[in-house]
Every structure is written in C-alpha cells, then in structure tokens.
Write a protein that binds this ligand. Structure first.
Ligand code: CMP
Length: 152
C-alpha cells in the first residue's frame, strides 16, 4: 500500500466520484470543501489486504479504481466466503465505524486499486452534519449485514 499525493486533478475526480456516492451526494459544496482536504488516496497492489476481519475500524474507504472482494469467516474453523465484490464508486468500512464493532469482514484487492480513505472522525463529522445521510448509511449497513449473513 502506498500513499499517493492527491493532485488538483484528483481532487476533481474525487469531488465527482463523491457526488455519485449516495452518502456524500446530499452534502453542500461548503460541507464537501471541509471534507475534501482530509481525504487521502492510497494505491494497493492486486492481492493486497486493505484490512482484516476482527481488526479495529479507524477509517472509511471509497474505491476510486479497481475491484475489491469482501470475505467473511464465521467461527475460527470455518471456511472463508466471499460475500460481495465492489467496484469504482463503492464504499466500505462503514459498519465498524457506525456500530463501534471490529471489522466484520476482510477486504482484499482483486485488481490494483486506488482507494480514497477518510479517517473515522471525519466520517463521523459527515454523518453528524447530514442526518439523512446517516440514516441512509445505517440502512445500507443493515442490508449488507443481512446479505452477508444469508450468503452461502
Ligand atoms: P466493516 O465491518 O467496517 O468492514 C468490512 C466491510 O465490508 C463492512 O464494514 C462493509 O463495508 C463491507 N461489507 C460487509 N458485508 C457486505 C456485503 N454483504 N456487501 C457489501 N459490502 C459488505
């Protein structure tokens, strides 16, 4: 994993990408401007793990390019199942932050990926500023938990 300098052009890409992410779309330009400088861009190789199930969650992730898989293990001896694949514009890592719980799954890069990262405090700021976005995020998290529990 390598930290990338966010160029002006990438800030533009990010602003555009965030507008398409449901969670950020209700933000006003002013709110968006407060968040953008805090977002970091990281580059990952194919096969690299972004974070592992059971770890403490300290950030929220938005996939800019590439593809990740979400893998989950139930119990120490059980097999790992892939519960989802996510592509550009998708976000992940929200559940641990919302529920104050450990990471519920491992996220692995299936391709080289560029991922925007927002630390927990900034993520919580966005939720605090946007009750509608917070509600939407809670719904998505609940749906994902349900889907994961029902994936064979
Ligand atoms: P978190 O539990 O913080 O870390 C693992 C992440 O995987 C989780 O947040 C969600 O963002 C994501 N995730 C878990 N289950 C699913 C699912 N069924 N579909 C898509 N993403 C998921």
């Amino acid at each position: 994993m390598e930290k990338m300098a966010v160029t002006d052009a990438e800030v533009g890409v990010l602003a555009h990408l965030l507008r398409k992410v449901d969670f950020f779309s209700p933000l006003t330009v002013g709110q968006m401007e407060k968040i953008l400088p805090h977002i970091r861009l990281f580059s990952y190789d194919r096969g690299e793990t972004v974070f592992s199930q059971g770890e403490q969650g300290d950030a929220f992730y938005i996939l800019s390019t590439g593809k990740v898989s979400v893998r989950m293990k139930n119990g120490f001896f059980s097999f790992t199942k892939t519960v989802s694949s996510l592509g550009p514009g998708s976000f992940f890592g929200e559940i641990a932050l919302i529920s104050d719980a450990p990471r519920g799954a491992t996220v692995v890069c299936e391709e080289p990926c560029q991922i925007f990262v927002l630390v927990a405090a900034d993520f919580k700021f966005v939720l605090h500023e946007n009750p509608a976005a917070a509600e939407e995020m809670a719904k998505i998290a609940a749906r994902r938990k349900f889907d994961s529990a029902h994936t064979k």
